[in-house]
Design a protein around this ligand. Structure first.
Ligand code: F6R
Ligand code: MG
Ligand code: MG
Length: 364
């Protein structure tokens, strides 16, 4: 019997601005799920990363199950009521539509789903990031699945010698989902040519060329494409099966020691380094820095083990310090040049009005 992992996450309100959901809210989400999951859900875990709440489900309904999506939607609606009642900031902010209509994709929350026949042991990692967008995973996925500088298994393991297929989505193409499939290592330079543009091209799936099994599912939602205006960054989630014919957990974690610069940070309008943090971390400096959490699990017959908090280890204290330094360095130049995002990516529409007014004042 196949197992499906679905992670569905939303920002439905938080304390002190966009920092962290309240314990009350987390408890409401848990209670609602517990009372409504019935026999639909085999197991679930709830966590927060910055101001976002993620529900990780295991079930038998397959990818895109409307019953699972509806349960997540209803849970976020119940959470929103609690957020409103207790005066949390931005209550229900990621629920962009009034009602559920078959699939939660396109309604605001981010979704990543993987369906597979469980291996004898099924280890996987669950990533969630806040104050950034789906392109933030492009570089770590490229390095973790296609570069032997991080994934030594590409050289050392015969189970990985054929490499991996990258399925990349053009997220600017809003009329209809548009994907390209490219094979590493033969088409590495083409993959790099696309993935350099984090705001337009986003890794959606990665598949083993040895076994045909899917290793990665990442969320690709861009809220402004749904709302028709810029309303925030998209705080992506991702699931990665590891070990055996897939990279080892540590090979996937390795590129996160770079603290690469991503889009997001204050008002979703700046550039900042991605900081690997402990599960449940909130947001602070300059509404950031952009953060990422990683929880490792094994799943057996749909039941989860407890998580291992991958970035809760002394090694990552050193990385966090380095990333804090990188963050401070770039913040020194405030709004200037590379420190802020290009015009098209600025989160607040106000600047469009400002530019119109200034346009009228230009003389030649
Ligand atoms: C970025 C983010 C925050 C807010 C900022 C202003 O994605 O959520 O940086 O943009 O705190 O928030 P508002 O406009 O709600 O006052
Ligand atoms: Mg938010
Ligand atoms: Mg968020």
């Amino acid at each position: 019997m196949k197992t499906t992992l679905s992670v569905i996450k939303a920002d439905i309100g938080s304390i002190g601005g966009h920092l962290r959901p309240s314990e009350d809210l987390m408890e409401t989400v848990k209670q609602h799920l517990e009372s409504n999951k019935g026999s639909l859900v085999v197991d679930y875990r709830i966590s927060n990363t910055g101001d976002d709440i993620a529900i990780l489900f295991s079930h038998r309904e397959g990818v895109g199950s409307s019953a699972i999506h509806e349960l997540a939607w209803d849970t976020f609606v119940a959470g929103t009521a609690k957020a409103k009642e207790t005066g949390l900031y931005g209550a229900g902010q990621d629920l962009l539509k009034d009602s559920f209509s078959g699939n939660i994709k396109g309604l605001g929350p981010a979704v990543a789903e993987l369906e597979f026949e469980e291996r004898e042991n099924e280890p996987f990692l669950f990533f969630a990031a806040d104050k950034t967008d789906p392109g933030a995973y492009n570089l770590p996925l490229y390095l973790g699945f296609a570069d032997p500088m991080h994934c030594s298994g590409l050289m050392l393991s015969p189970k990985m010698s054929k490499g991996f297929k990258f399925v990349i989505m053009d997220v600017e193409h809003t009329e209809k989902d548009r994907y390209i499939e490219l094979n590493a290592p033969e088409e590495l330079y083409d993959i790099a040519a696309l993935l350099r543009d984090n705001e337009r091209f986003v890794v959606s799936k990665i598949i083993s060329r040895e076994t045909g099994e899917q290793a990665v599912a990442a969320s690709t939602t861009r809220l402004h494409n749904i709302a028709g205006k810029y309303i925030g960054k998209d705080d992506p989630v991702m699931l990665i099966r590891v070990q055996g014919s897939f990279p080892a957990a540590g090979e996937i974690l390795s590129p996160f020691n770079i603290g690469h610069y991503v889009a997001g940070f204050m008002r979703g309008s700046h550039t900042g380094p991605l900081m690997p943090v402990k599960m449940g971390s909130g947001i602070s400096f300059f509404d950031g820095p952009p953060i990422v959490t990683a929880a490792a699990y094994c799943v057996q017959k749909g039941k989860f083990t407890e998580p291992v908090d991958c970035f809760d280890h002394p090694y990552w204290d050193y990385v966090r310090e380095k990333v804090a330094r990188k963050s401070t360095e770039l913040r020194q130049q405030g709004f200037s040049g590379a420190a802020m995002l290009p015009y098209s990516e600025l989160e607040y529409g106000g600047i469009v009005e400002k530019m119109k007014q200034l346009e009228n004042k230009f003389k030649s």
